[in-house]
Design a protein around this ligand. Structure first.
Ligand SMILES: NC(=O)c1ccc[n+]([C@@H]2O[C@H](COP(=O)([O-])OP(=O)(O)OC[C@H]3O[C@@H](n4cnc5c(N)ncnc54)[C@H](O)[C@@H]3O)[C@@H](O)[C@H]2O)c1
Length: 396
């Protein structure tokens, strides 16, 4: 393949596409077009503003936007691209089945514009077998385009740092495509790990399902201890302190967001619903909001005002997609607050704390670390995030 100079990222203004585009432009010196269908995001990116929170991204975006990077709605930008990376969403449907439509059906439209010999990289998290389907489609259409599947493994919010630190898994069905994908990611990643596409597809799903199951273990132990009036975190501290074999024992808390659950469900569908561990993890993690509510019933819940601090799906994020704080909100009559999430229904932090009898930490944003919650209020902090105080936990 000839040297790579120009990249188009499809889904380029999203949480994966935009940081990747910035890093490819800023660190690899490539020309990058971010193709998207959302005009508001395209406009915002071109004006040098990130459409979502991403650590250290604003300055990097301003460095490259209008120079080597631009966002666009026009698919003509595919024509002169040496590499097209597609990273559109791969949600599960309302029956919790994987959907491959957004990725698979968009391929023909991309191929229409792509030049001969270009590399097409699938970067969305895909259901196992999708890379093979796309490969066969290329052959059927007799299209001279190389194909690779190179999954994204960053933690949302830390992409700018992690893209240049994490090893990159690269996979392809033939040597030429593998070499081209290695050439591309060799420009930013310190290490390249080569797999076959079926291996790489499972590697990505294993990564997310493993994390999700780990959080489920902690959440299950949390519920087990708290429901017996025991403080989970005294036990967590005892078993992790100076004891290396428990180092990976996560804290409890809402395990949510757009990836972990849906990728666990993709794996469950792939195993023909014999992935019992994955389904158990889903029941546990999705059940935590209900557990907290049940624990609070002893406090005459019907006559108490509840506030949720943090509506994003995780700390230091404005992303509310699939956040369990919203599930908790549905179960209770509540005041909700978050410094980052754009939601008109939210109230200021001071109002939430002043008005509430019960305060629940939904997302442990650092700004909550030093808040003062007046004595007498019931505090529920499944993350054990708030500074040591006499916590009136859910079991109090
Ligand atoms: N969010 C993460 O932290 C993360 C991490 C690793 C992998 N992933 C995977 O990456 C993929 C994308 O996730 P995301 O969080 O970036 O989603 P996102 O919704 O933030 O971004 C997707 C973008 O694609 C655009 N889009 C949709 N259809 C399009 C089309 N036909 N043409 C051009 N643009 C289109 C949307 O407008 C949006 O800007 C998913 O498969 C996800 O599982 C996400």
């Amino acid at each position: 393949m000839k040297p790579i100079q120009k990249i188009t990222i499809v889904g380029g203004c999203g949480h994966v596409g935009l940081p990747l585009g910035i890093v490819l432009a800023a660190k690899a010196g490539l020309r990058v077009d971010l193709l998207d269908i959302d005009p508001a995001k395209v406009e915002q990116v071109n004006s040098g503003k990130m459409p979502f929170m991403e650590h250290n991204a604003d300055a990097s975006l301003r460095e490259v936007v209008g120079k080597s990077l631009k966002a666009t709605l026009d698919p003509a930008c595919l024509k002169d691209a040496d590499v097209v990376i597609t990273v559109v969403g791969t949600p599960v449907d309302r029956h919790l089945n994987p959907t491959v439509g957004q990725v698979y059906h968009s391929i023909d439209a991309l191929l229409e514009h792509m030049q001969d010999g270009a590399l097409l990289v699938l970067r969305s998290t895909v259901y196992p077998g999708v890379t093979r389907l796309v490969y066969e489609r290329l052959r059927k259409l007799k299209k001279n385009v190389l194909l690779a599947f190179c999954p994204e493994r960053i933690a949302e919010g830390n992409a700018i740092e992690e893209l240049v630190k994490l090893p990159q898994i690269v996979s392809a069905f033939d040597g030429e495509a593998m070499a081209a994908a290695c050439q591309l990611f060799g420009k930013i990643a310190p290490t390249i790990i080569e797999l076959t596409p079926p291996e790489a597809e499972l590697a990505k799903l294993f990564t997310n399902a493993w994390r999700y199951a780990n959080f489920a273990i902690s959440n299950q132990f949390y519920m087990l201890a708290q429901s017996r009036g025991l403080d989970f975190y005294r036990i967590h501290d005892a078993v992790t302190r100076e004891y290396p074999r428990m180092r990976s024992f996560a804290k409890a808390g809402f395990a949510a967001g757009p990836c972990l659950l849906k990728d666990t469900l993709q794996l469950a569908a792939f195993s023909q619903n014999n992935f019992f561990l994955g389904h158990a993890a889903m029941l546990i993690n999705e059940g935590l909001p209900m557990f907290l509510v049940e624990q609070l019933r002893r406090h005459d819940l019907a006559n108490k005002r509840v506030a949720i601090l943090g509506m994003a799906f995780k700390a230091e994020s404005d992303d509310q997609r699939d956040s369990l704080s919203y599930k908790l909100k549905k179960l209770l009559e509540v005041l909700c607050t978050d410094p980052y999430v754009p939601d008109r229904a939210l109230v200021p932090l001071e109002t939430a704390i002043r008005s509430a009898d019960i305060v629940i930490v939904g997302a442990p944003h650092a700004v909550y670390r030093d808040i003062e919650i007046p004595e007498g209020k019931i505090v529920v902090d499944p993350w054990n995030f708030l500074p040591a105080r006499e916590l009136a936990s859910a079991t109090a």
